[in-house]
Design a protein around this ligand. Structure first.
Ligand code: NAD
Length: 474
């Protein structure tokens, strides 16, 4: 048997979206959460995977949520005063509106990304600055203050954003131990931020390498990925945004600071899917990754800011995604940049068709006494298949993060709006780890200026290898 971590106490469970993540989370919910099968509904416009819902005895409401119908559809599933939970794993459904509705209905809520209604990602009439996350995030932080003590609403919690915030804390504790740091385990946000500062962590990458491949070559014009195709190309064509460390000397080309709020992030007037950085992951070593905008690139530096008495940032790490997607996804993105058209044929590689490879996803902490350290999950598709059905390695890292969030929500019912950084990382990883394969820590003496096989001119800061200037490859 599997351990049952939490109970919905006969409440109503509504899952929105039955894509790669929705399908993968279903068996994990069945194993680890006590719920009433008669009160479980999945809202999903497509009937492609309806047979799975049928097999598991879950009600399928075949409808697409829209700005016009979402209130009626959701209210129709939760009669006045009913208890339960909304788990939003869809695309094209506005997270802010869903959160507000859940709040008004007194229901807990979780999603894995801050998603807008259709029409926002690709709108040539909008300026780049209008498609940045920082302003919306600052607004949501204000809403969070208004909703303090309300039903728990976990925003952006899968693998990344989500799990990586928990790995960051565990990584800091390991680094503290390995460098002989003598201090108590942090309890508050400020203490966590001070630990990162005391350890001299200048920044971190969310450093990922996906090596999963199938034995069918990708067709021309076909967009292939190991998770949501829409998700990747939507976020891949947003401006690159990243957390901006206090040690940084120079903005990158096309880089902009914000003139309001705490200013923990900058944005680059170029798509994240065209912004490449040098990074490092175990197994392959040095590699290039995309600086695709993600919630954790903003939430982590915000959380780990140490302020002086005047509220000015004394310390903050640089933080961004450095993502090497699966080979087919890299080719797909390359094609889209050429065609300048949205893809018509989309395909998510299934666990069955993947013949080899793994997803290595972790935090690469750099600039401290031991140089750089990667801490994360290394999960092969072969292992993932043995652990749970309906998903590849990438999917399982995400769905186990959603499961951890659901358990934490049930255990912490009145927290209002929270980000993964504010959750109990130890409890969440305890729930998640059985699904993460090998969780490993690796130190490396690599730096972004360490190796070159050519001698072309480039901007380099030899004094401080950990400047963003040195990571940026183009
Ligand atoms: P997917 O593309 O496989 O599935 C999305 C599903 O949403 C589809 O089945 C689609 O039919 C459904 N959908 C589309 N429009 C809808 C509407 N109007 N109402 C209801 N359902 C609708 O995506 P996925 O891989 O399952 O990912 C789901 C979400 O999770 C995406 O938003 C993705 O960006 C996010 N995600 C987050 C992480 C993370 O680690 N935080 C990782 C992977 C995916």
């Amino acid at each position: 048997g599997y351990p049952v971590h939490a109970s919905l106490d006969g409440g109503i469970l509504v899952l929105i979206g039955f894509g790669s993540i929705g399908r993968g989370v279903l068996p994990l919910i069945e194993r680890h959460i006590d719920y009433d099968p008669a009160k479980f509904t999945v809202i999903e416009p497509s009937d492609e995977f309806a047979h799975i819902l049928k097999k598991h005895g879950v009600r399928h409401l075949q409808v697409a949520l829209t700005e016009a119908n979402y209130v009626d559809v959701i209210k129709g599933l939760f009669p006045d005063g009913s208890k339960g939970m909304i788990v939003n794993l869809s695309v094209d459904v506005d997270s802010g509106d869903m959160m507000e509705l859940a709040h008004n209905l007194g229901l807990p809520y979780v999603d894995t990304v801050y998603e807008p209604w259709p029409g926002w990602y690709f709108n040539p009439d909008m300026e780049s600055i209008e498609r940045c996350s920082y302003p919306d995030r600052e607004e949501l932080k204000n809403t969070a203050k208004e909703r303090e003590g309300g039903p728990t609403c976990v925003t952006c919690c899968g693998a990344n954003p989500g799990m990586v915030s928990w790995l960051m804390k565990e990584a800091l504790l390991i680094l503290a131990k390995d460098t002989g740091y003598e201090g108590a385990t942090p309890k508050t946000r400020d203490e966590w931020a001070r630990l990162a500062m005391d350890l001299g962590v200048k920044g971190l990458h969310i450093a990922e390498r996906d090596t999963q491949v199938s034995n069918r070559p990708k067709g021309v014009g076909e967009f292939v990925n190991t998770w949501s195709v829409d998700g990747l190309f939507n976020e891949g064509f947003l401006p690159a945004e990243l957390g901006w460390g206090t040690h940084e000397k120079k903005l990158p080309p096309h880089g902009h600071k914000w003139d309001f709020g705490p200013g923990y992030a900058i944005w680059i007037d170029k798509p994240g899917g065209e912004t490449l950085v040098r990074t490092w992951v175990p197994g392959v070593g040095p590699q290039l990754g995309f600086v695709i905008v993600h919630e954790e690139s903003l939430s982590i530096p915000d959380y780990f800011t140490v302020e002086d008495d005047d509220g000015k940032a004394l310390y903050r790490p640089t933080c961004h995604y450095a993502y090497h997607p699966c080979n087919d996804a890299i080719l797909s993105m390359h094609e889209i940049r050429g065609t300048c058209q949205l893809p018509e044929k989309k395909h998510i590689l299934t666990a069955e068709e993947i013949v080899s490879g793994s997803d290595d996803l972790g935090v690469l902490l750099y600039g401290h006494a031991k140089g750089a350290m990667w801490y994360g999950t290394r999960l092969s598709n072969d292992e993932a298949v043995k652990l749970a059905p309906y998903q590849n390695a990438t999917g399982l890292q995400v769905t186990s993060g959603v499961l951890a969030a659901m358990v934490w929500i049930i255990e912490n019912p009145n927290q209002g709006i929270v980000w993964a950084d504010q959750m109990d990382h130890a409890r969440c990883l305890e729930v998640q780890k059985p699904y993460l394969g090998r969780v490993e820590c690796h130190y490396t003496d690599w730096t972004p200026i360490a190796h070159r096989i050519t001698n072309f001119p480039e901007e380099r800061d030899e004094e401080d290898p950990w400047q963003f200037t040195n990571f940026l490859a183009k």
